[in-house]
Design a protein around this ligand. Structure first.
Ligand SMILES: Nc1nc2c(ncn2[C@@H]2O[C@H](COP(=O)(O)OP(=O)(O)O)[C@@H](O)[C@H]2O)c(=O)[nH]1
Ligand SMILES: [Mg+2]
Length: 584
């Protein structure tokens, strides 16, 4: 299917032409028929000579209803511009063309209607010139009469040619169906309609409602008036939603593939076309079928930051337009450059941001995003519309290569500094390191650790045991295993001999940080000191040597030098009567 939106001044014959082509009535409201004027969007479709189907979104031409017109053309990539032979180019001809141009619509056709009333030549020449200067470029033009039917066959074949020239729809992309209508069907509940520009929808699919962030199930699908199990882009679709009250969803909302869109109320954009130097600070942003008030903050020559009155599911590269509702004036087109821009808190931040934006063009740029964001989750990038085809550094974290390298260097520095500050600890706790490096996730810290550093028992330190000669490393591992449940006992002298730990081996293990020497032939594992402090802190203060010895379940041979070490370290204080207390 191919979807085309009409465009053109009021009373130039858009609805008449759609009626003549399709045999369907695009003006749905009694009021529209009574007044003979389109107010809201109309929908009709027909088969073309090729056998393909064209669906029309018929828009109102009156200047009061331009917002409705924009909701119709926003999601549609092709336009049928209608100009009356007897009136020629008029204000809403120009405003509608400005809107199409702002949205970057690149496919279109010109129909000069009411050709039975006047020579279509002059109107056609002027319209073609105006259109040629827009994003549509040179378009085919056909003179027609909705009254006599003259030119309609030529218009049908021209529509076929237009359809044939459109790019293939991205049927595997996520769905973002901008809702242009919602209503209730008795017995079925809420139905919304829209132009499915990409992706596919199936009955039974879960979709997110952008405005409420709720997930709902597709209960039924209609396209071209018939129930279908599936609809693929491009298509006009009516979606019956299970359990969604109608007042929770309406025009400007969107149905989304779950987890694939970032909702944002802050975007940095480039103004396209000829942006006015004096852009008002309050405008309306039109994108898809949505119209949202925005505050405009100028940044660079042609870049601004928009603060949206409510969040929208926007992607990098989206086209939108800004309109001044008070002045009935399309202020310009917009290309979304960043949907998750950094705050501009510090002095000079706006100028720096403008310099960054000057280098962006709205095309998703993974390397650039990584350079600017340094560390970002793949899922977050995908939700911004940036494909993230790169290997994560940890979990689904992606990193800029240079930044990652710098972090690795910084990590080594922090581990070294900590070891100097805390010589008795077997390394820096992973979370302390995470904070020092200002990283958002422990997994990143662990992924940065490279030999000879290692993560052990929640800390990052030198892989001490690993650098020892194997017999010494084996002996240390045996000490670890044998003393795991009595950490404050030290191997007796004869057991040290059995383990193969003579003075030289002990010296090497101590230098590598694998053993802690309390006195000659009295060694403990290096990571037990903090635990000793915890045990002693649990005693009534002050405490005697004997109380400490019992609490630690050890001997005087260990307790005496251990307490002296803790005194030196400042963890305990020795009182005049030889009792001690924990230093708070
Ligand atoms: N003579 C003549 N009248 C037309 C033609 N097309 C539309 N009209 C008349 O022009 C008026 C406005 O047409 P309509 O389709 O409602 O215009 P729209 O506002 O662009 O949708 C109606 O009275 C139509 O009957 C045409 O080709 N020839
Ligand atoms: Mg009309």
């Amino acid at each position: 299917m191919f979807v085309v939106a009409t465009a053109g001044h009021v009373d130039h014959g858009k609805s008449t032409l759609v009626r003549a082509l399709t045999g369907m009535e695009p003006d749905r409201w009694a009021e529209e028929r009574r007044r003979g004027m389109t107010i809201d969007l109309g929908f009709a479709w027909t088969t073309l000579p090729s056998g393909g189907t064209v669906a029309f979104v018929d828009v109102p031409g009156h200047e009061r209803f331009v917002p409705n017109m924009l909701a119709g053309v926003g999601p549609v990539p092709a336009a049928l511009i209608v100009v009356a032979a007897d009136e020629g180019w008029m204000p809403q001809s120009a405003e509608h063309l400005a809107a199409l141009d702002a949205l970057g619509v690149a496919y279109g056709l010109l129909a000069v209607t009411r050709a039975d009333l006047a020579d279509p030549g002059p109107a056609m020449a002027q319209a073609r010139a105006e259109i040629a200067a827009s994003s549509l470029g040179a378009v085919e033009a056909v003179a027609v009469s909705g009254r006599t039917g003259a030119g309609l066959p030529e218009l049908r074949t021209a529509l076929d040619r237009l359809a044939g020239g459109l790019p293939a729809p991205a049927v595997d992309d996520p769905v973002r169906l901008w809702v242009d209508r919602s209503f209730t069907v008795r017995g079925s509940g809420t139905v919304v309609t829209g132009t499915l520009g990409a992706g596919r929808l199936r009955v039974g699919d879960e979709v997110e409602v952008a405005g409420t962030e709720e997930t709902v199930r597709v209960r039924g699908l209609h396209s071209l008036g018939e129930a279908r199990p599936e609809a693929a882009a491009v298509a006009r679709v009516a979606v019956n939603l299970r359990g969604t009250p109608r007042d929770l969803i309406g025009r400007g909302d969107a149905l989304l593939t779950p987890g694939r869109f970032h909702r944002t109320d802050l975007v940095d954009v480039r103004l396209t076309g000829d942006p006015a130097a004096d852009l008002p600070a309050a405008l309306t942003l039109h994108v898809g079928s949505a119209a949202v008030p925005v505050r405009v903050r100028p940044l660079g020559v042609d870049t601004v930051r928009l603060r949206l009155a409510r969040p929208l599911p926007l992607l990098v590269g989206d086209r939108a337009l800004l309109r001044d509702p008070g002045r009935h004036h399309v202020s310009g087109g917009v290309r979304v450059l960043d949907v998750a821009p950094p705050p501009l808190a510090r002095r000079g931040a706006a100028a720096a941001r403008a310099a960054v934006l000057a280098g962006l063009d709205g095309r998703p740029d993974l390397a650039g995003e990584l350079r600017r964001r340094r560390l970002v989750r793949a899922g977050a990038l995908i939700r911004m519309g940036v494909p993230a085809q790169v290997t994560p550094v940890a979990g689904d974290w992606l990193a800029d290569a240079e930044h990652w390298e710098r972090l690795g260097v910084q990590l080594t520095e922090e581990v070294t500094r900590y070891a100097r500050e805390h010589p008795l600890e077997p390394g820096i706790p992973v979370d302390a390191l995470r904070q020092r490096l200002a990283l958002p996730d422990r997994a990143l810290v662990e992924a940065l650790v490279r030999p000879p550093l290692r993560v052990h028992a929640g800390r990052v330190g030198a892989a001490s045991v690993d650098v020892l000669p194997e017999p010494v490393a084996r002996a240390v591992r045996r000490v670890r295993a044998e003393y795991a449940d009595r950490p404050f006992r030290a191997p007796e002298a004869d057991h040290l001999v059995e383990l193969g730990l003579g003075p030289r081996e002990i010296g090497a293990a101590v230098r590598a940080g694998a053993l802690l020497r309390l006195a000659d032939n009295v060694v403990l594992l290096p990571d037990v000191l903090d635990d000793a402090v915890k045990v002693l802190a649990g005693l009534p203060q002050p405490f005697t040597l004997s109380a400490a010895r019992q609490a630690l379940d050890t001997t005087r041979r260990v307790a005496v030098p251990l307490l002296e070490l803790l005194d030196r370290r400042g963890a305990t204080r020795r009182l005049p009567d030889d009792a001690r207390m924990i230093v708070p």
